[in-house]
Ligand binder design. Structure first.
Ligand code: GLA
Length: 392
């Protein structure tokens, strides 16, 4: 279908197809921007980009998910954002141009397979654009370079002060394992599924509510974390760096224990989330390594609990879904997805209970929020490999 849409639009066949998956983070949420530990999977839904390198420096894109056509020149100076889906392609150009001379653009068509909201569709499209523009310009990138470039595009061009969780899951994941990444050192491991681990799938539960992350409290929370770290360092008479170079990871937990009561409690709660999530990720890795899906799931629930009470994100809709998941047979564990200010909850589930899960969560949620009858959705997905070229 996308290939045909490309042919109808450009009059020739596309040369390449990239699939860039969405991601989930069961444990290790809201800590990447503070250089914390994270876990994640990519899964078998995401963004497809069919494209060919242009003859010249123009980029021309259309989407089967969004209105309008995007056109710009990769050689022209970086344009300002115009709050349109085309900003992501311009962001990819911006971040690539910091390192490389771009001579050729791309002509392509794009489509996302699930609604936008909590699954990192923005990072998935950015990774796809970075890979496509690199291909068109004969630039070969390592996985870490792709992650860095896509992430700079989002931070510096789009304006979200996030970390590298999303891009890393999207680029590094492998379908038979869990990604475990230290966002401070950028060291990572894919931990293969234990042979005795029971089968599981990922449930993606969309609340029906959508909102843009840049306009959420995401950036405010990042500043609060930095303020917490700054307070701790100042109270203990340690050298300070500028706020943008201050991370909770650089402050030992003992210092938090000594200073937690002195600082504004709002900041202490953000730090409490960070330190407790660090412990949960460590435990979750051990649980995963030993095939203990029950414990892994329980830690994901605890992670969500900390997001609600310490990090204070979520919405009544997401909290309602989380409460339903907690009492649902067949759900090992789960939490808000992404920043948790919009979109979706995710869960690790027993595939044999799929239909019962769908039935009860849909009925009970819509009793509380009938206004989302048209936009509420549940999908069941499987872990997948990271972003890649698909053979035509
Ligand atoms: C968003 C951000 C990520 C990460 C998550 C929360 O998806 O883009 O960098 O902070 O929220 O874990």
């Amino acid at each position: 279908m996308m290939k045909q849409a490309y042919i109808d639009h450009f009059g020739v066949e596309p040369q390449y197809h990239i699939f860039s998956p969405y991601r989930v983070c069961p444990i290790g949420a809201h800590v990447d921007h503070q250089h914390g530990l994270v876990t994640g999977f990519a899964f078998d839904k995401g963004v497809d980009l069919w494209f060919s390198p242009s003859e010249d420096s123009t980029v021309e894109l259309f989407s089967l998910s969004f209105e309008g056509v995007v056109q710009f020149d990769v050689q022209a100076p970086v344009q300002v954002k115009n709050h349109h889906w085309g900003d992501y392609a311009r962001g990819a150009k911006y971040a690539l141009k910091k390192r490389f001379d771009l001579k050729r653009g791309i002509r392509g068509v794009l489509k996302g397979s699930l609604p936008v909201g909590g699954l990192s569709s923005s990072a998935a499209v950015l990774v796809a654009y970075v890979m496509a523009l690199a291909k068109a310009n004969d630039i070969s990138l390592t996985k870490m370079e792709t992650i860095k470039i896509a992430s700079e595009a989002e931070r510096e061009y789009i304006g979200l002060t996030n970390g590298i969780l999303d891009q890393s899951c999207i680029v590094l994941s492998e379908k038979h394992g869990l990604l475990f990444l230290d966002t401070a050192t950028e060291e990572y491991r894919i931990i293969r599924r234990h042979p005795e681990m029971p089968p599981f799938e990922l449930a993606i539960i969309f609340s029906g509510l959508t909102r843009s992350l840049v306009s959420s409290d995401y950036n405010l929370r990042v500043s609060e974390c930095r303020a917490a770290a700054w307070n701790m360092l100042a109270y203990t008479h340690q050298p300070l760096k500028t706020l943008d170079k201050t991370f909770l990871r650089d402050v030992p937990k003992e210092i938090f224990d000594m200073t937690a009561k002195q600082m504004p409690q709002r900041f202490a709660r953000r730090a409490e989330h960070f330190y407790s999530e660090y412990r949960r990720v460590r435990k979750a890795v051990t649980a995963w390594e030993s095939g203990n899906l029950e414990l892994f799931g329980k830690l994901s629930f605890e992670s969500c609990e900390s997001s609600i009470h310490n990090y204070e994100c979520g919405s009544p809709e997401l909290i309602a879904i989380y409460e339903l998941m907690r009492t649902q047979e067949g759900v090992y564990g789960g939490r808000f997805s992404g920043a948790g200010f919009k979109g979706a909850c995710i869960a690790l589930i027993d595939p044999s209970k799929r239909e019962a899960i769908r039935e009860r969560i849909t009925t009970e949620y819509l009793k509380q929020f009938p206004e989302y009858a048209k936009t509420f959705e549940i999908h069941f997905c499987k872990p997948d490999d990271g972003a890649r070229f698909i053979a035509l």
